[in-house]
Design a binder for this molecule. Structure first.
Ligand SMILES: [Zn+2]
Length: 863
């Protein structure tokens, strides 16, 4: 149990390091692993396998008599070195082998370990139908990252060791087995078939993979290389729809990274019950089958395309250029996330890419403000998987973009080419990226890395602007509000362009841009200009990771919202306008919602309109319900659900009853109906009507990934005092309910718990307690999410039990953080209660005082 959760140095941010966190280093290396050969025999009905793992090792020194391998919960049968039986010790996590004779430097040894595994808990997963889910496909797949390969074969399990690999596997004849590299042989033998795959380029153990199933195989090509999609049979069309851009993406990334795709094929296998979105195993990416889009889902789901781009980008950043240690994982995750931006730019243009970057930045900013702040590079943690957070991915992506902004496009790509070329088939650390940048561009970007990579945080800028007409001077005052007054810690030192925009006949015609160095807490800059500008763009291009609060007069903000070419600047202007409030603000935002050419800005404007608490905002929003873009309709409905009136209920209801082309719009509407009804129940029959409406959705709208029905569950969960809504949600947490819907129902238990009676609260806790014993990763995550929203200390007890039992580091960390949340809420509840009691006492005392005063006065009067 963490008791020092708050960082003592910085009170406003929680500490990333949980109790038990310690520095992690790569182990000493007794030798270089040259090759790993797994020869496996799967017994799928028994969920077990036997195997021989042969490791070819080149010893670094003479006289090594012991080797220690990672091997967790394997049944080790025998160990041979060069055909000679060796003795070994095995404690369930480390396999210690005695070498007799001892090694000779440079003389290769072959270590052959015979082993078996039954019902593995991690590393290799057997997916089979059961009585609750009789239609589940039979599949076997693996997941190595970060340190789980040791659960399916003995190895030196850290990314600093690169070797070629080979997997030979016997499976039932009806099934396909897919693995890294190229298929060198297949062989039929009675009812079974042997697949033999060889990966001839070196890679780390965490990228070794195997996927087995009765898959449909869809062949695509890129420059003659096979590009193959494997999906459950019957989903061939969805496969093409979801992954069909892969060959173009391979072309694009080969060009951008300046390195031809390095492996003999690229396969993507969509598997059931996958515990990540995707995993970039070398030349063989595994994806969750939930990413497969049907026609309607493809209307407004861009996530799958981004996922495909992300995992593909790893084939260079991660698989070709391998990180030496997990602490440098941002090099690959940051670039894979930034490659989503690059692909968005290539496919959909600059505005979309800019908005994509803003959304990534916000993901990081949310983690930074609500969870913890940490340096991107740190080797102090409990488990490496804890590093896989929004700092690693999204902040990492923002850092790559800032490098690009510092160098300019040409030098940036030259630096990336240099980095990839110089480090192909090798391992890297952050310093290698800095060196490649310096080699290619002559620039030393250590100052940038120091501020954004090696330490936590980002600048929070407040920007004020005034115009002095007499002297034709623009004054811009910039404050770094993350820095306390009189302090210099957390200061950023950056060169930021400030741009003044001029318009003519409703079009931006001219920009005057000045780079300024911002390095103090508060600085004022004066710019002599020929003419009064219409608007001011701080950080023109919005390349730097930051937050901004604009303090300009309304006309400048309106002009910026209307004319700034950068959608991110328009979005900042919309926010500042909403903060000002008033009818003029509503007018400007309503106009932008109608007329901005980019849907991303319209989405943000809708959000901001709801923030202006004026009736006129409603009229502006309602018009947005007709927007041609589903993402805008979604945002408008969400915004309307904040305005909890009968009118907004009426406006949204048709999307629940009549539907929308987009699943997500329907789901949002169902959720919104519940949220509005919660505060707008002027009669009890209204609640019944809403429940009936949402129940109809549950009965009639089964479909793709259960998005719509999950929305209905979300709507019901808003009816926090309703016992009936709770009963329905509980029904959907039962085994046998389609998984996506069931997970939504489990999470909804947390939301609805807030207003329930003590008896119902017990029912919720009991159900979540039962569910917490299920071992499936996504179920555990949903249970943690639900419990984390509760305000009773009993929820913390279940979370603690889950944290101590779960085999998954991500669940453990989430559960521990949720315990903190629950304790804080339960604590503040108690504190509020105590405060109320004290207040009551004070009131009583006060009354007594008053009475005493009055009686004193009466006495003095009588004197
Ligand atoms: Zn990734």
């Amino acid at each position: 149990m963490p008791h020092s959760y708050f960082d003592s140095e910085n009170n406003s941010h929680k500490s990333f390091e949980l109790p038990g966190a310690k520095p992690h280093y790569n182990p000493d290396r007794p030798g270089q692993v040259e090759h790993i050969f797994l020869d496996l025999n799967l017994d799928i009905p028994k969920q077990s396998y036997t195997g021989i793992c042969t490791i070819t090792l080149q010893p670094i020194t003479t006289g090594i008599t012991r080797l220690s391998l990672d091997a967790v919960n394997l049944n080790i049968l025998s160990v041979q070195i060069d055909g000679i039986q060796q003795s070994f010790d095995y404690d369930g996590s480390k396999l210690d082998i005695r070498l007799d004779p001892a090694t000779e430097a440079g003389k290769v040894v072959k270590i052959a370990i015979a082993y078996s595994v039954e019902k593995p808990q991690r590393g290799l997963y057997f997916i089979t139908p059961d009585k609750h889910y009789p239609h589940k496909p039979t599949q076997v797949w693996t997941q190595g990252e970060d340190e789980d390969s040791r659960f399916w074969f003995p190895c030196f399990d850290y990314p600093g060791q690169l070797a070629t690999s080979e997997i030979r596997v016997r499976v039932p004849k009806s099934m396909l087995a897919i693995s890294n590299g190229r298929l060198i042989e297949t062989q039929e033998d009675g009812d079974s078939k042997i697949y033999h795959w060889l990966q001839e380029q070196v890679h780390p153990t965490y990228l070794m993979t195997l996927a087995v199933g009765d898959f449909a195989e869809i062949e695509d090509k890129w420059h003659g290389f096979p590009v193959t999609y494997y999906v459950e049979k019957g989903r061939e069309e969805d496969a093409r729809r979801s992954m069909g851009k892969t060959p173009r993406m391979i072309e694009f990334f080969s060009d951008k990274y300046g390195y031809f795709y390095a492996f003999p094929k690229y396969a993507q296998v969509c598997v059931d019950d996958f515990i990540f979105g995707g995993m970039e195993n070398t030349s063989t990416t595994l994806l969750t089958d939930r990413c497969l889009l049907d026609e309607r889902a493809a209307i407004d789901n861009r996530n799958t395309e981004s996922l495909v781009a992300h995992e593909l980008a790893h084939q260079w950043f991660g698989d070709l250029v391998v990180i030496k240690h997990w602490s440098h994982a941002w090099i690959k995750e940051g670039m894979a996330s930034y490659s989503e931006v690059m692909w968005t730019q290539e496919e959909y243009g600059n505005q979309e890419a800019a908005y994509y970057r803003l959304l990534e930045a916000r993901n990081y900013l949310a983690e930074d403000s609500s969870r913890y702040r940490r340096p991107i590079v740190t080797h102090v943690y409990r488990e490496a998987i804890e590093l896989y957070d929004r700092h690693l991915y999204e902040k990492g992506s923002c850092v790559y973009h800032m490098i690009r902004a510092e160098l300019g496009d040409d030098l940036f790509w030259q630096a990336i080419h240099t980095f990839v070329r110089d480090n192909a088939h090798k391992t890297v650390e952050t310093i290698d990226l800095l060196r490649a940048i310096e080699k290619a561009s002559g620039r030393n970007l250590l100052f940038l890395f120091d501020q954004y990579v090696y330490r936590g945080g980002h600048p929070d800028f407040k920007v004020a602007y005034t115009w002095d007409g007499d002297s034709k001077l623009a004054k811009v005052t910039v404050t770094q509000t993350q820095v306390k007054e009189g302090s210099s810690t957390d200061l950023f030192d950056l060169k930021i362009p400030i741009s003044f925009g001029y318009t003519q006949e409703g079009k931006p015609t001219d920009f005057k841009t000045f780079p300024v160095r911002i390095y103090e807490r508060e600085q004022s800059f004066y710019f002599p200009l020929p003419e009064k500008p219409q608007f001011v763009s701080f950080d023109a291009g919005n390349n730097y990771l930051k937050t901004v609060a604009l303090e300009y007069a309304l006309p400048e903000l309106q002009a910026q919202l209307q004319y700034d070419l950068d959608p991110v600047s328009r979005i900042y202007a919309a926010k500042a306008i909403a903060t000002k409030g008033g009818l003029e603000a509503v007018k400007a935002l309503t106009n932008a919602l109608k007329s901005d050419e980019f849907w991303g800005v319209r989405v943000e404007v809708a959000k901001n309109l709801a923030e202006v608490k004026l009736d006129q905002a409603f009229d502006g929003l309602v018009a947005g319900l007709q927007d041609e873009n589903a993402l805008v309709r979604r945002a408008v409905i969400e915004a309307l659900s904040q305005i909890k009136t009968k009118a907004s209920y009426k406006a949204i209801k048709p999307f629940v009853t009549g539907g929308d082309p987009s699943y997500y719009v329907e789901a949002t509407a169902a959720r919104a109906i519940g949220a509005i009804a919660l505060v707008n129940l002027d009669e009890e029959s209204k609640e019944k009507k809403v429940i009936k409406l949402l129940n109809t959705v549950l009965e009639e709208k089964a479909g793709w990934n259960e998005v719509v029905r999950s929305g209905a569950i979300g709507g019901l969960s808003q009816l926090k005092t309703s016992s009936e809504a709770l009963d329905i949600i509980l029904q959907y947490t039962k085994a046998g309910v389609p998984q996506a819907l069931r997970l939504a129902a489990i999470r909804a238990l947390g939301t609805i718990s807030a207003g329930q009676t003590p008896v119902n609260l017990e029912r919720i806790l009991e159900r979540l307690d039962g569910l917490s014993l299920e071992t499936f990763f996504l179920t555990q995550v949903s249970v943690v999410v639900a419990l984390g929203q509760m305000e009773t200390i009993k929820a913390a007890a279940i979370l603690n039990a889950l944290a101590s039992q779960t085999p998954d580091g991500r669940v453990r960390r989430m559960a521990e953080e949720a315990v903190q949340q629950v304790q804080a809420k339960a604590g503040s509840q108690q504190a509020t209660k105590q405060l109320r009691e004290e207040l009551d006492q004070l009131k009583k005392d006060n009354q007594q005082l008053k009475s005493r005063l009055e009686s004193l006065e009466a006495k003095s009067a009588s004197n």
